[in-house]
Design a protein around this ligand. Structure first.
Ligand code: ADP
Ligand code: ZN
Length: 632
C-alpha cells in the first residue's frame, strides 16, 4: 500500500492572470531603512542577535504595510517574518496555516517565550473557541492562527474587522496553486480577504520556487505590487549523500550508527515498510517508531509528541510525517526510497539541521524505484475521473518531476550545485565540501567495464525476455526453479558474478539501465533488452563507470568540525539530559557549553537565550555549568 498521494489536478479554475502589475518588481530591498525597534524586539523576545538574509526586508515590508511574497527554503526562518511585526507595532495580525498541527506547534513555541498568540481550529471545544474570541476582542493577542476555511466561513472575519486587523500572512502559500505540489482547494477562498479588507496588507510565504507557482500565488491573492523576496535555496549545513541501495535495513542501520541518540527521520514509501523497518531498528535497541497516515490520529499524535519531546530518536515515516514537525535539531534525514520529485526531496531534507548546525541527508537509490513510481503515476492518473488529455498531461508532468529526481541521484556531480540549479540559482564550481561527490566518497567499482559486459551478455543470452531479478540470479549462479526450467544454468554467463550478492548484482543492472546502457520494456513485468549502446559496450567501444553498490565510507564535513569547536561535550550532554528543556535547541545548548557563562548577563549573550528563558531557566543552567545539580 502506497501512502504517498499524487496530486491530481481536478480543478479547472483560474490560471488566468490578474492583479499582476508590478509583480516581480523588486528582488532586493535595502535593509538600510530598517526600523531600529526590530533589533530590540529580536533580542528581547528571541535572544537572537541578528536577522537572517531577507528577514529584515520581509519584516520591513510588513511594518510598512506593503504586500509581499516571500520565497525561502524550509528552515530559512519564514515564521519570524510574521511573528515579529505585531510586537513592534502592538497590532493583532492573522496567520493562515493549512494544518492544525502546524498552528499548535507554533502557538506552543510562542507561548514558551511569553508571546500572546492563539490558534482557532476545529479540534477545539466551543468554549475554547469562545475564549480565543474574547482575547481577540480584548486586543490581547498579537497573533491569531486559523485555517482558511474557518477564517472565511465562521463569521470570524466580522470580528477581525471590528478589532481592526491590518495584516494577513498566508503560510505555505503554494497550497493555493494547482501547479504546486500540494494544492488545497480551500486556499482558493482566501481571495476573499482582499475584498473584505482592502486596507490590509497581505503577505504570502512559501518554500516553492517555480515561477509559475509564484505568479499563481500573486494572482490568486490579488497581491498589490508585492515585494518579491526570494531566498537562497542552498542549505550549506546539510551534507548530501546518495548511496546505491543494496540492503535497505543494513544500510539504514549503518547510517543511523553515525547518529546515535540524535534526532533522525527515515522516510519509506509504503506504510508496511515503515512498520517493519521501525521494528527492526527497535530490535537493535534504537528508539524508533513508525508513522504513516494509516495509523489512527491518537497514535500519530503520540509519536509526534514523543519525537518532539525527545523520548524517541527516530521516526520511520511515509511522507505523511513532516508538516507539523518543529524540531530544529534533526541531524539526519534518510530516504530509503526515491522521492517523487526534487521539490519533495528539498522539502523533506529541509527538515534536517534547521538550527543551522551540520546535518546529513542520505538517499538510498535504486532505479527500481523509478519503475515503481512510473507505474503508480500511470495507475493513479488512469483511475482518476479526468479527461484523457488531462490524464496524459498529468502523467507527463509527474514523469518529468520523477526523472529530474532520478538524474540528481545518478549524476556524479556536486549535490549542492545540482539542487541549487534545479531551483533556478547558480552555485558556482567550487567544491562544496558537504556532499559525497565533493568529499570524494563515491567509489567506483573496479573493472566496471568488464562487469558491465558480463551483465549485458547475460541479458542477450536469456534472449532479452527476462527482468532484472532473473538476469541477476543467472549471473549469481542460483539454481532457482525458473532457471532450471529454462535451462539457464547451462548458459555461459551462469555464475559469472557468483562473488557478489543478489542485491548488488541487481543494483549494477539498474545502474546500467540508468545510464541508458541497457533498455527495458514498459508494463507491469518489465523485461531488460539491449540497445545500440549495449552493443558498443560488448564490443569494447565504450568504457563504463559503475558505482560500488554499497555504502561508502564517510568523512567529517567542515561544518561538523566548526560547530563543535570549543564546545565542552560533557557539559553539552548534561545540559541536554534535562527533559523539560526541549525548548532549547542544540545551538543554544552548544553555545552554553562553549561559553560556560557564570552570570545571568553572560548567559544572555548566548544566542537563543532571551529574557524570558533567562527568567525561567537561568538559575538552573548556571548551576549545571558550575557543576552543581540544579534544584529543579
Ligand atoms: P521556516 O518556516 O522557513 O521553515 P522557521 O521559521 O521554522 O523556518 O525557522 C527555522 C529555525 O530558524 C527556527 O528554529 C527559528 O527559531 C530559527 N531562526 C529563525 N530566524 C532566526 C534568526 N534571525 N536567528 C537565529 N535563528 C533563527
Ligand atoms: Zn558538492
Amino acid at each position: 500500500m502506497v501512502a504517498a498521494i499524487w496530486y491530481s489536478a481536478s480543478s479547472q479554475a483560474g490560471n488566468q492572470v490578474h492583479g499582476m502589475a508590478g509583480h516581480g518588481a523588486s528582488e532586493t530591498a535595502t535593509a538600510a531603512s530598517a526600523d531600529p525597534r526590530i533589533g530590540d524586539v529580536l533580542a528581547k523576545w528571541w535572544g537572537f542577535d541578528r536577522l537572517r538574509p531577507l528577514q529584515a526586508e520581509a519584516i520591513q515590508a510588513a511594518l510598512d504595510g506593503r504586500d509581499s511574497l516571500v520565497v525561502m527554503p524550509t528552515g530559512g526562518g519564514k515564521s519570524l517574518c510574521y511573528q515579529l511585526p505585531p510586537l513592534v507595532g502592538g497590532t493583532t495580525d492573522v496567520v493562515v496555516s493549512p494544518l492544525v498541527a502546524l498552528m499548535k506547534d507554533q502557538v506552543d513555541a510562542l507561548e514558551a517565550i511569553g508571546y500572546p498568540a492563539a490558534a482557532i481550529h476545529s479540534g477545539m471545544s466551543q468554549e475554547e473557541r469562545e475564549q480565543v474570541r474574547d482575547r481577540l476582542a480584548a486586543g490581547e493577542l498579537r497573533l491569531l492562527f486559523a485555517a482558511p476555511e474557518r477564517l472565511v466561513n465562521t463569521g470570524l472575519l466580522d470580528l477581525l474587522a471590528r478589532v481592526g486587523v491590518k495584516r494577513f500572512s498566508i503560510d505555505e502559500a503554494h497550497c493555493i496553486s494547482q501547479w504546486g505540489h500540494d494544492f488545497r482547494p480551500e486556499y482558493r477562498q482566501l481571495a476573499l480577504l482582499r475584498e473584505r479588507f482592502p486596507q490590509a496588507s497581505v503577505h504570502a510565504f512559501t518554500a516553492t520556487a517555480t515561477p509559475r507557482v509564484r505568479d499563481d500565488i500573486a494572482a490568486q491573492l490579488s497581491l498589490r505590487a508585492p515585494e518579491l523576496l526570494v531566498g537562497t535555496f542552498d542549505r550549506p549545513n546539510l551534507c548530501y549523500r546518495v548511496v546505491p541501495r543494496a540492503d535497505r535495513t543494513a544500510q539504514t542501520l549503518e547510517v543511523l550508527g553515525r547518529h546515535r541518540g540524535e534526532a533522525s527521520i527515515v522516510y519509506c514509501i509504503s506504510r508496511r515498510e515503515t512498520e517493519s523497518l521501525a521494528a527492526r531498528l527497535a530490535a537493535e535497541g534504537i528508539l524508533a517508531r513508525p508513522y504513516h497516515a494509516g495509523l489512527d490520529a491518537r497514535q500519530r499524535h503520540a509519536t509526534q509528541e514523543a519525537f518532539a519531546h525527545e523520548t524517541i530518536d527516530v521516526v520511520v515515516a511515509t511522507v505523511a510525517f513532516g508538516m507539523g514537525i518543529d524540531r530544529s535539531d534533526v541531524r539526519l534525514v534518510l530516504h530509503t526510497s526515491l522521492p517523487k520529485s526534487l521539490e519533495a526531496y528539498q522539502q523533506e531534507t529541509g527538515r534536517a539541521g534547521r538550527d543551522g548546525l551540520a546535518a546529513e541527508c542520505v538517499l538510498l537509490y535504486s532505479s527500481a524505484d523509478v519503475f515503481s513510481w512510473e507505474s503508480l503515476v500511470r495507475k493513479s492518473a488512469e483511475e482518476s475521473d479526468l479527461e484523457p488529455d488531462e490524464i496524459a498531461r498529468l502523467i507527463a508532468g509527474q514523469t518529468e518531476h520523477l526523472h529530474a529526481m532520478r538524474r540528481y541521484a545518478q549524476a556524479a556531480r556536486c549535490r549542492h550545485a545540482a539542487l541549487s540549479e534545479y531551483f533556478g540559482q547558480s552555485y558556482g564550481t567550487a567544491p562544496c565540501n558537504a556532499c559525497d561527490v565533493c568529499l570524494g566518497e563515491t567509489e567506483n567499482l573496479p573493472d566496471s567495464t568488464v562487469v558491465a559486459q558480463k551483465i549485458i551478455s547475460c541479458v542477450a543470452r536469456v534472449g532479452e525476455r527476462f527482468g532484472v531479478r532473473h538476469v541477476a540470479e543467472v549471473l549469481r549462479g542460483s539454481k532457482t526453479e525458473g532457471i532450471q526450467r529454462h535451462g539457464h544454468d547451462r548458459l555461459s554467463t551462469f555464475g559469472l558474478l557468483a562473488a557478489l550478492d543478489q542485491r548488488a548484482v541487481e543494483n549494477l543492472a539498474h545502474q546500467l539501465l540508468d545510464q541508458g546502457l541497457l533498455a527495458r520494456t514498459g508494463g507491469d513485468r518489465p523485461v531488460v533488452t539491449l540497445n545500440d549502446r549495449s552493443w558498443e559496450v560488448l564490443r569494447g567501444a565504450r568504457d563504463v563507470v559503475l558505482l560500488e553498490p554499497r555504502a561508502g565510507r564517510t568523512k567529517a564535513t567542515k561544518a561538523d568540525v566548526d560547530d563543535w569547536r570549543g564546545v565542552d561535550r560533557d557539559l553539552f550532554e548534561r545540559l541536554r539530559l534535562k527533559p523539560a528543556w526541549t525548548i532549547f535547541d542544540d545551538k543554544a545548548l552548544r553555545g552554553i557549553a562553549r561559553d560556560k557563562p557564570t552570570s545571568p548577563a553572560g548567559l544572555l549573550r548566548v544566542k537563543g537565550i532571551g529574557e524570558r528563558r533567562l527568567a525561567d531557566f537561568g538559575a538552573a543552567i548556571l548551576d549545571i555549568v558550575a557543576g552543581k545539580e540544579p534544584a529543579a
